[in-house]
Write a protein that binds this ligand. Structure first.
Ligand code: ADP
Ligand code: NI
Length: 209
């Protein structure tokens, strides 16, 4: 594959995700691309396929576009740009294995799938993960937090999914990156609850009253 296809894919996703406020904007795709390339180098995997799969991985997100498992947008893009059929199938297999929602906890069957999934999940944790979670929640109209609620709020989503991702990473390089990002989320939640309860400014004596 020559680099023209990468330029074309970039233009395509810029158009596709223009104005997105759900945390799936073009910068998400670019971060997933860069992270996937970094992990791929560490793991010695096929950079070409991973690159294209990373760039197209959210092009058929059901939540955003109403297309789905048949990967209509990704396939149309690859056909328009002359990607050979076997290459299209390989890229689609990687994309199909990435999504948490589609595959649950079932790990991808290929190294390429594992790498793009890790890159996508790494973008859901850490400081950027925190920002994306509240953006997604706000866009969907859900509350920031509701004491006692273990689902349906953005804070609940950390416990439902995000704090579990560290242990679900497929590759060693992703595990290493996830450790640090996990700690950022833990520190954030601790401070969030301290401010919520007022324990960040109350003295111990005031707390006892
Ligand atoms: P993927 O499309 O990679 O399977 P998602 O679309 O579930 O993953 O997640 C994309 C982003 O949206 C993540 O940053 C995630 O934290 C956020 N997100 C998904 N579901 C929720 C939710 N119920 N509340 C808040 N944020 C969410
Ligand atoms: Ni994604």
């Amino acid at each position: 594959m020559d680099s023209a296809i990468y330029e074309a894919a970039l233009d395509y996703i810029r158009t596709l995700f223009a104005g997105d406020a759900t945390g799936h904007d073009v910068h998400h795709t670019l971060r997933v691309y860069r992270t996937a390339m970094r992990i791929a180098e560490a793991e010695g995997a096929d950079l070409n396929r991973i690159g294209l799969a990373a760039l197209l991985h959210d092009a058929d997100d059901r939540k955003l576009f109403g297309t789905g498992d048949d990967l209509t947008n990704a396939r149309r893009f690859m056909r328009t740009h002359g990607v050979p059929g076997d290459e299209e199938e390989a890229v689609c297999r990687i994309i199909g294995e990435v999504s948490f929602s589609k595959n649950g906890a079932a790990p991808p069957t290929t190294l390429e799938g594992m790498i793009v999934q890790d890159a996508d999940r790494l973008d859901a944790i850490g400081a950027i993960g925190i920002a994306r979670t509240f953006a997604f929640g706000g866009n969907r109209g859900q509350a920031i937090h509701e004491p006692g609620a273990d689902t349906g709020t953005s804070v609940a989503h950390f416990h439902e999914k995000l704090l579990k991702l560290k242990d679900l990473m497929n590759t060693a390089e992703a595990k290493r990156i996830a450790e640090g990002r996990h700690k950022v989320m833990e520190a954030f939640l601790e401070e969030f609850h301290a401010e919520w309860e007022g324990t960040d400014w109350m003295t111990v004596a005031e707390l006892r009253r």
